[in-house]
Structure formats: C-alpha cells, structure tokens
Design a protein around this ligand. Structure first.
Ligand code: F0G
Length: 456
C-alpha cells in the first residue's frame, strides 16, 4: 500500500480552540511577538516542540498506576533501569527530571574555565550548561550539514578532520567529546554509525571519553537502518545497542524518544564519575533511585522505551515528517532537505531574503505562521544563537523555523492544513517585516525576549 497510516487509534481527544486571524494578530502582539509567551490554548497546532508533548499509549497510562513512590529502592526504578539497559547497557543509570538536569550534572563533573567541548551541534541548554562552567562549546558538524538545500543522508555527522585538528592542537583542554543524535539544532539530521564509530576511534586515540546526547536515539537508529547500507537488515534495537557500545556515557531527555511527558537520565560506565554524579544528584534532584522523578514517571518511561523502537511506529514517524517536507518543497517553500527525524525546518533566510539576519527572518516567519494559521513553530537562528558570551551579536549560520512534531499527536489532515497555511504565506512573503528586540535577558534570550516588527 502507498499510504502509510498512523499506526494507532485515538481513544481520548483534546479539543482545539479555534481562533480567527484578527484575534491572533492581537494575541501575538500581546505576547510581544515571542511565541513562547503565547498561551497554548490560543494555539491551533502546536509545533513549538516535540519535547514532553507525546501522546501516551494505553500501556503507559496503565503503567502509571504501577508507580511505587518509595523514597529508596522503588521497584519502579528497577523497571526503568532495566528498560534503559535493555537498549543502552551502561553500568550506572541515573534518573533526572529532564535532559538538562543530566547536562548540569555532567558539566559539574567535567566543566571548568578554559576547557573545550566539541559536539556536532550543541543544543541550547547543553551549550548553556557547559558555558556556565567556563567551557567553550564548539560545533563541528560537517559542512554539508550547514546547507539546508543540500541532500546528504547524514547531515548530522561530526567533521572528523576538524575534530582531529582540535584534538591535536588543544587536546589537553578537552574533557569529553559529545555527539547529538539526531542533530536537533542542525535540522534533526542523523549521524551515521560509521561516523559514531570513527568519532569513538578518535576518542580512543586521544584518550577522551565519548558521550551521546541521546534525545532522539530511536529516530537516529531508524535513519541508520534505512540509509546506511550495512544496517538494512539489522533491527532498530540492535542498531541502538551498537550505537551505545561506542559510548562512555549518555545524557537523555525522556521527553522525546521515550514518549514520556517528563524525565531524563545520565548514564555512565565509570564508577568514579557515577559517584560524583550521584552526590550531585542527591543535592539537586533527589535520591539515586528516583532522581528528579516520581515512581509513576519512571514506569511510564520504561513502557515508552519499549514502544519507541517499534519499527512500524518509526516508519510512520519518519515518513510523516518527509511527507510535509516534500509537499512544502513542491510548492516552493525552501525546506531543510532531506526531512529531519522530529521536525520540518524552513529556511527563512531563503524564503525572506529581504530581511537581514539581525532582523531575525525566522522569527518573523514564525510570527506570520501563527497569524495565518494559529501554528506555533520556533525560531532556530540569530534570535536564538546570535548573542555571544562577550555581549556582541553575530548572525547564526542558518535562519530556520522548526516545526517540531509531537509524537502520535497530529493527523495527516492537520499536516495538510499546515501546508495550506504555507501556501498562503508564500503569496505574501515579500510583505513580511523583520523584527527588533525591545528587551532581552542576560542569556537564553529567545525564551523571554520582547520584540516588535521593524517599522511598526
Ligand atoms: N539535548 C537536545 C538535543 C535537546 O533537543 C534537548 C531538548 C535537550 C538536550 C534538553 O532536554 O528539554 O529534557 O531538558 N530539546 C527540546 C526541544 C526542549 O524543543 O528541542 P530537556
């Protein structure tokens, strides 16, 4: 059959409150043109993030009732630990309330002034956690990964030549090497097994630990299966196990590829690091058998991890993103190609060439998308990344709008509605104004800054 259907039925529904374009013009103005300041009830299709927004399955809801809320030694922890080890056989599995808490603990062990951590592309919280300890967070994704229009099967790959140059020149400053799967800030693009293996080989050569920022590990594994010839007949579970056989540790947000609404973990093999991590965990998150989570969350993650590696689900997931990407491409919208794992990325630099980078074309597009269709996406460009630690402002390499698809939430007709909104916007793209910031905080400005349209 040609049509790939959603491999689930809907049992409970959440009504969507419909709004008019006139209402949305007022609502976005009242939100100071920052989509993070909108009330979610005022959004028709919410593609702000795929994080914590999954629809849970009947098994996950049932698992919640199994949650044992004991402070120490809860069976829910052991179910969680076993489910993680089934896929990622690390020695120490340390639960945290979400991914960034795992990053903060990792930074407390490895951070320090003058150090450098390379990654394909750091996510914003990963960068902020590292930088807050004095680490310089370097992005070393391959050049192909920076050109949205270029087709390449693994645009999330680490640039191994640049990595080796860095290790040769500044090896003594590098406490660890990280790879993010999929490469979220670089378009949700996958990293190949060959690249993971080669990164590990460099880590071994220069005696550095290798970590995987793993939020979307299952989507990455599925891309390896369909795009890396040697893995065509390997199961996703075995691909995942091989990916983690090369790593010394991982950080994870269970809010993505574990179908959970909350949760995360840090996994490590080294006993000394694990001891330091658990000490920090007790200070900041909780006792080691619950971390930052309740027993029911741990059960829910354990159930979600079994479902996320289902290949029928992953086939539908990756295909549904490709469907939107291809349709947008066909009507002339410049999209990141090929489609990513969790999101569709629009190249606003190309779509709105009349808006200079420091008038945030992708923010302007995100605002217009909300006004036209009540769709909330997020800017990943100079508004998010432009402000430098020294206070200067530099244009980001790409100006993207990310439309992140919550897992198992929206249907194909809702996808078709999104595509129709873009058709509308495309017609009047030349009339969209740039944005200026009227107030910004000291860091992570995209979350809370206030903006207004230029000339308004
Ligand atoms: N690493 C990556 C690659 C991420 O995408 C995220 C979160 C984190 C770490 C942090 O995890 O949210 O559980 O603390 N990304 C979300 C997003 C927020 O919208 O892309 P967290």
């Amino acid at each position: 059959m040609k049509t790939i259907i959603e491999p689930f039925r809907i049992k409970t529904v959440e009504p969507i409150r419909m709004t008019t374009e006139e209402q949305r013009k007022e609502l976005i103005k009242a939100a100071d043109y920052n989509v993070f300041s909108l009330k979610s009830e005022d959004v028709i299709i919410d593609l702000l993030t795929d994080s914590g927004t999954s629809a849970m399955s009947t098994k996950q809801w049932a698992a919640l009732m199994q949650g044992d809320e004991s402070y120490a030694g809860s069976p829910s922890y052991y179910h969680f630990e076993q489910a993680v080890k089934e896929l990622m056989p690390f020695k120490h599995i340390i639960p945290t309330h979400q991914g960034r808490a795992a990053e903060a603990i990792l930074s407390s062990i490895f951070g320090g002034e003058g150090k450098i951590v390379p990654n394909n592309t750091h996510f914003d919280t990963t960068r902020a956690n590292f930088e807050s300890t004095g680490i310089t967070a370097l992005d070393l994704v391959i050049e192909e990964g920076k050109d949205p229009a270029l087709e390449h099967p693994f645009k999330g790959n680490m640039d191994l030549d640049k990595l080796e140059d860095l290790l040769r020149e500044s090896g003594d400053k590098i406490p660890l090497i990280m790879t993010t799967v999929t490469n979220n800030a670089g378009g949700g693009q996958p990293v190949s097994m060959a690249n993971i293996r080669a990164t590990k080989a460099l880590c071994d050569k220069y005696d550095k630990p290798f970590f995987i920022d793993s939020c979307r590990f299952a989507e990455n594994a599925y891309f390896i299966k369909i795009r890396e010839e040697a893995y065509a007949d390997t199961s996703v579970v075995d691909i995942v196990r091989e990916m983690y056989s090369y790593a010394d540790g991982m950080t994870m947000s269970a809010k993505k590829d574990a179908f959970a609404n909350m949760g995360g973990w840090l996994a490590l093999n080294d006993d000394d690091w694990a001891e330091q991590a658990r000490t920090r965990l007790i200070m900041t998150e909780g006792f080691p058998t619950y971390g930052g989570l309740s027993g029911r969350d741990l059960e829910c993650i354990a159930a979600g991890l079994k479902e996320i590696v289902d290949e029928d689900y992953l086939h539908y997931r990756i295909r549904s993103i490709a469907y939107i990407t291809e349709k947008l491409d066909a009507i002339g919208i410049p999209v990141m190609k090929p489609g990513g794992g969790h999101a569709v990325f629009i190249d606003a630099k190309k779509m709105l060439p009349h808006i200079p980078a420091l008038q945030y074309p992708a923010q302007a597009l995100a605002v217009q998308l909300y006004i036209t269709g009540g769709i909330r996406g997020v800017e990943i460009g100079s508004f998010m990344f432009g402000r430098q630690p020294d206070g200067s402002e530099v244009a980001a390499p790409m100006e993207l709008v990310r439309l992140a698809m919550p897992r198992r939430v929206y249907t194909q007709s809702q996808a078709d509605y999104m595509i129709e909104c873009f058709e509308e916007i495309y017609k009047k793209a030349g009339e969209i104004n740039g944005m200026e910031i009227t107030w910004e905080p000291g860091s992570l400005r995209h979350f809370t800054s206030r903006l207004k349209p230029v000339d308004a």
